[in-house]
Design a protein around this ligand. Sequence first.
Ligand SMILES: C[S@@+](CC[C@H](N)C(=O)[O-])C[C@H]1O[C@@H](n2cnc3c(N)ncnc32)[C@H](O)[C@@H]1O
Length: 318
Amino acid sequence: MKTKTASAFTVLREEDVNYVKSLVANGGPEEKDYDAFFQVLEQLDEKGVNEIRELLGPIMNEQTMVGFAYVKPFGYAGDYQIIDYIYQQKVNPDPRYSKWDKWYHEQHAAKAVRNRKEFFKDVLEKLDAASDTQKNVLVLGSGPATDVYEFLTKHPDSKLHFDLLDLDQRAIDYAKKKNAKFLDRLNFIRINVLRYKTYKFYDLIWSAGLFDYFKEKHFIYLVRKYLDYVKEGGEMIIGNFSDQNPSTKGMHAMLEWHLNQRSSRQLVSYAVEAGADPVNVSVDKEPLEVNLFLRVKKPSNPFRNAETFISWLDINNN
Ligand SMILES: C[S@@+](CC[C@H](N)C(=O)[O-])C[C@H]1O[C@@H](n2cnc3c(N)ncnc32)[C@H](O)[C@@H]1O
């Protein structure tokens, strides 16, 4: 096939076309190229994005992280496999692709995904250390469950039990295989989180990499719904990418990986709209501040026993 000359690209500047072509010929950007390549991506409009994809054609396939994210072999963005590749920092050893994969894993978005796994493990450690009795955790959109696997590998005697919900049976099969040693305390359920119903109460409800795909209406609906399943004294934590994510252009435009990125203020307002008292709502962040975590506590009711006793007295005295 005849290669298109730089001047045949109508949107990208000739020097940018030549630069990107040189990156492809060189098997991907080296560290010294990261800033310059970022600048090229930052200026892109819709037509420019199409031209960049054309230039990157040789690597926009399942052999690279960037291509896998774009092609979406599972039919949707953010499947369990790409997330686990990000955790593993998978690099294709083929020299045509490896520099692209290394570059991908250095992007803020990929680092923030790895950071959120560490954040969750930290939350689990604190929950586990706080009591000697069994604690129940519900995970919404559990994907590869690598976070749970790493936590249980480090704490095989943990008292935590997990219910893990995912819509994709392939994600559940993969996560079960990975967590084969721990299946006695894991309960996988294939269901849409919008439909799950339970009589159980959880000490912790966790979700990351899921609510970013929901519109405001569904986000608020789910917070209201799942707050009912949080035990008194328990907590719900929902991860959501920040609207300040520097990888936005690359993710949205180049990879067609669309997220509803949000500000801390928006996340708090959703929780309040869902019925949470603002004093129980806060927002945490991982070190890069790309992944935000909405935290909603359900206070324990110190007067519960007193109220029960008073109503018992009322009933028996009348
Ligand atoms: C981006 S992955 C995140 C996985 C995991 N939470 C993590 O951070 O490693 C999102 C997962 O949510 C699942 N998912 C998407 N929509 C869902 C829904 N409506 N109900 C249940 N699971 C869903 C997907 O199948 C996928 O495994």
